[in-house]
Design a binder for this molecule. Structure first.
Ligand code: EPZ
Length: 453
């Protein structure tokens, strides 16, 4: 989507509709991307199910194809990746620069070929995206790390197991170092590892390919290197961040939404906060229900690594707190600059001041429609929620970000009772009377590659 197209294509969101119904979230972006990179490690075919149909997945697929892998899509969110034909360990800047998660191919290429040449991830609106812990970890595994023409060149005649203590529980470093260590000689221990469910899913996928890993989901992950990995069939975990966005949609529209097929514990940080604002939160088996209330209380939040309050739900939560009865304080501890979107909420009549890494959110009686632009994925989610709750009809551009993380957003919202139109000539999508409140995806033509079955 070029910039002009990006400007032209926007979501038109009619405010004032309660979200009601249930949905099964798509697969997790932050698990699918590293798992696609991990497929490099096996000289066979992997079949991945519940792969989200989002543009980040397209970019990662293009990176794998540029390395020589064959990637086939099958209806319903299935990807078949055959990495046997990989013939390069140099990842192209044009693609890598679009996707921070693409740096995960470094560990996989190092683990399989003993060499990887990958452009250093650039910063993004969230602030610097350093990878020093990744690089120190590769060095601990016996690799040489150089920076040449903006690319990291990691080489090792032999990758050898080591103990790596991370200075903080970095999601990216934990995943990348697991990929580098599963075919190493000997045992690797990652201490202060990240606990995120997506990290556990990557480890479980590697085990499904024959890797020997224990301790995933704890701060100490142990990996016994094996010589080879084999193909497998694997289903990606549901996306808790997408699910959390829809549940916040229920709260901000005073609606009632249930997400199904997800372990509610994965959203404990969000559930606790929502309950403390007065919303009704009910976990039952593998479903989580949120019912909004007419008026909600402010709350103070500090984002933290899992199982704390996720930084990726901070923007949608701030949109919700912008309508609370009182002032909330939201401290962002993971990224330096994750309040860029606040200026767009101010355009909708919110009352928020940011000092350092804390947003002071003074609730207002109502938000009003405006023309706004999403600066990143989760900020896009926040603006959609604000628009659903606002008076009038809001126009949101920056879909190139929203489409990176939210699969079939307007269709899913429409099936929950919203009126949302993607203004690029696509017909308005409103719920058909026969759809009731249960999400059934209509036959749609997406800008992505797959025609959903
Ligand atoms: C992952 O990013 C997610 N991305 C992010 O989601 C998420 O916000 C983040 O984890 C935290 O949960 C993917 O999984 C693709 P980190 P990542 O390594 O791996 C610093 C979304 O919207 N750091 O835990 O980059 C780093 O700069 C995205 O889906 C170092 O200083 O997260 C950041 O400030 C946005 N040196 C902090 O740690 C390092 O070597 C957390 O980074 C590595 C990280």
């Amino acid at each position: 989507m070029d910039s002009l197209e990006g400007l032209r294509t926007r979501l038109i969101v009619e405010g004032g509709h309660r979200l009601e119904g249930s949905l099964a979230p798509p697969g997790a972006k932050n698990a699918a991307l590293p798992i696609m990179a991990a497929s490099i490690l096996c000289e066979g075919e992997v079949v991945l199910h519940r792969v989200p149909r989002i543009t980040d997945v397209d970019v990662m697929a293009a990176i794998l194809e540029s390395l020589g892998a064959r990637v086939r899509e099958q209806p319903g969110g299935t990807l078949v990746i055959d990495a046997a034909s990989i013939n390069s360990n140099i990842a192209p800047y044009a693609l890598v620069s679009k996707l921070n998660a693409s740096f995960d191919v470094t560990g996989a290429l190092l683990g399989r070929f003993g060499r990887a040449e990958v452009p250093l991830p650039g910063g993004c609106v969230l602030g610097p995206r350093a990878v020093d812990m990744h690089l120190h970890g590769f060095e601990a595994l016996g690799a040489n790390v150089d920076l040449e023409h903006g690319s990291v060149v990691v080489t090792a005649s032999q990758v050898s197991g080591a103990t790596i203590a991370l200075s903080k529980p970095s999601v990216g470093a934990t995943k990348n170092l697991m990929l580098a260590a599963v075919r190493a000689h000997g045992q690797t221990t990652i201490e202060n590892a990240a606990l995120e469910p997506e990290v556990v899913d990557v480890a479980d996928f590697l085990v499904a390919m024959g890797a020997k890993i224990t301790g995933q989901g704890t701060s100490t992950i142990r990996i016994e290197g094996v010589r080879k990995l084999h193909g497998c069939e694997y289903t990606i975990i549901p996306d808790r961040l997408v699910a959390g966005t829809y549940l916040l949609g229920a709260a901000i529209t005073r609606g009632d939404v249930t997400v199904t097929g997800l372990d509610p514990a994965m959203l404990s940080g969000l559930s606790e906060v929502l309950a403390s604002t007065g919303a009704a939160v009910e976990a039952k088996g593998v479903s989580l229900r949120v019912q909004g209330v007419p008026a909600w209380k402010p709350v103070d939040i500090t984002t933290a690594p899992y199982p704390g309050f996720p930084t990726d739900l901070q923007p949608p939560m701030v949109a919700y707190l912008a309508l609370a009865k009182g002032t909330s304080h939201v401290e962002e501890t993971i990224f330096d600059a994750r309040f860029v979107y606040v200026s767009e909420l101010l355009r909708m009549g919110a009352d928020i001041t940011v000092s350092g890494r804390t947003a002071h959110v003074s609730g207002v009686p109502k938000l009003k429609d405006a023309v706004v632009a999403a600066p990143d994925i989760r900020a896009g989610g926040a603006l959609v929620l604000a628009a659903l709750a606002a008076e009038g009809t809001t126009e949101i551009s920056g879909l190139e970000y929203i489409d990176r993380g939210y699969e079939f957003l307007e269709e899913r919202l429409a099936a929950l009772g919203a009126t949302v139109v993607r203004a690029s000539g696509v017909a308005p999508v409103t719920p058909r009377p026969d759809m009731g409140n249960t999400v059934k995806l209509p036959k749609i033509v997406t800008p992505f590659r797959v025609q959903p079955s």
